[in-house]
Design a protein around this ligand. Sequence first.
Ligand code: CU
Length: 271
Amino acid sequence: MLGPLIRAEVGDTIRVVFRNNCSFPASIHPHGFFYTRENEGAPYWDGHSVVHPGDSVPPGGTYAYTWKVPERAGPGPNDPDSILWMYHSHVNEERDFNSGLVGPIIIARRGESKPDGTPKGVDREFVMWFAQVHEEDSWYVKHNLPTIETDHAVPTPLTPFSTTVTYPYFVTFSINGYSYSSMPLRYLTVRKGERVRWYIMGGLNDFDFHTTHWHGNTVLIGGMRTDVASVAPMQMVVAGMIPDDVGVWLFHCHIAFHNEMGMNVRYVVKP
Ligand SMILES: [Cu+2]
């Protein structure tokens, strides 16, 4: 879950050479950038008689995408100095997504990134993808189904107080592919007083609406104080945190059912 992170700052031009090593056609469709139709990476009925090879790259095929990062692809007036976009395969959107072909893009203001590409003024960055994954819609469904029930070990009924509710075992409520706080703590460890930037995004399945809640600390989103960020399908939100509360804290979807289904991780604030 989550492809390689692409970083750039305003004024850059990005070139990605995509080789499709999957067994099915795939593409890279980015959000936010300035691109021509040839570099959009999405087949749809647009009346063109011209075939755009980047719309659907066959297995074993290669295509080079070029995207520009003008001012309007960078942070807006109320944004912090870097923002989140993402890319995903857009050939068979639902199957591609449920096969994990989604990745993050972080764009900084011009001159506001360090030599390694990370934004200035930030000590720690985290990309958190809250995704309701339907494995029955994955390209790998035939491969995965024989073992998926035991792999996931989802209890049925879900909770002690629920006697009738069941949920298909092939649906997983995950954060970056982890469920039930199984993400290693070392991935989400910060120190008190550090400037932490959280990039949050949602999946694209039917009810991929999430209210992501940090225990222990608060954040600023667009200059407003909260401890809950909302993401609708494929929406992207940036939250800034300066943790002051030391401990191991829950970070979870506040939709109770999603949380019961495992949509949670823990993050660590060290002294
Ligand atoms: Cu949720």
